[in-house]
Design a protein. Structure first.
Ligand SMILES: CC(C)(COP(=O)(O)OP(=O)(O)OC[C@H]1O[C@@H](n2cnc3c(N)ncnc32)[C@H](O)[C@@H]1OP(=O)(O)O)[C@@H](O)C(=O)NCCC(=O)NCCS
Length: 190
């Protein structure tokens, strides 16, 4: 008889990582360098995924990350991660990033990031536990994660097809497309 798959509740995947931003995290404008935040996001995703999977997990991809608000040096940056979707060997980790101005205690939610991590053994993907959603919010997040995955695959396939089309174009068409009016996508799909 095959061993039943381990189950982990979403609420047991939550993990918090916090760090004070120092001058070594500053960019030329004196605000926190985006790379410092991306590094913390990656570390949080890694820890969250490994806690969930009970295995080593590697970063497969970052979803788009937008920085809405600059973060000051001296702020306490807190990452709150949890597993929002689990596939066969991959997981989507959602990370909420907050910057706290310590003297005033004022919190600013700076962004939400999503990272896809894959559980591995000897460099090969291995199955992750089943993610148990207990609330409506968790189920919505899971289904949204599954949808994001499908749309990602579709978008990549569509983009690769269009780039192949662009690469086959002659110089005159390429030059015309640089400045043509209207939506380029409509033109390419005409
Ligand atoms: C991530 C990695 C293990 C995937 O290996 P692979 O042989 O391509 O794996 P597969 O094609 O069998 O896919 C395994 C799973 O990963 C997912 N996956 C693979 N590449 C992905 C990507 N770029 N984005 C999102 N998901 C991805 C697949 O959808 C699949 O998910 P599922 O099992 O839940 O259905 C491999 O590409 C790797 O080792 N990459 C380097 C990781 C690394 O070093 N990260 C740090 C970079 S600085």
């Amino acid at each position: 008889m095959s061993e039943s798959k381990k189950e982990v509740r979403v609420q047991d995947t939550h993990l918090k990582l916090a760090q004070i931003m120092t001058p070594t995290d500053a960019n030329v404008l004196g605000k926190v360098f985006g790379g410092s935040i991306l590094s913390m996001i990656d570390l949080t995703a890694s820890a969250t995924a490994q806690k969930f999977a009970g295995r080593v997990c590697v970063t497969a991809s970052f979803e788009r990350v937008d920085f809405h608000t600059p973060i000051d040096v001296g702020a306490l940056v807190t990452m709150r991660g949890h597993v929002s979707y689990a596939g066969r060997t991959s997981v989507e980790v959602t990370i909420d990033v907050t910057a706290t101005d310590l003297p005033t205690g004022r919190d600013t939610h700076t962004n939400t990031a999503r990272v896809i991590m894959v559980a591995v053994e000897n460099g090969r993907p291995v199955p992750v536990p089943t993610l148990i959603c207990e609330t409506r919010e968790e189920r919505i997040a899971f289904v949204s994660g599954r949808l994001r995955r499908e749309l990602r695959a579709e978008r990549i396939a569509q983009f690769d097809g269009l780039v192949a089309q662009i690469q086959a174009m002659d110089e005159a068409t390429l030059t015309e497309l640089q400045t043509c009016e209207g939506r380029l996508l409509d033109r390419l799909q005409a």
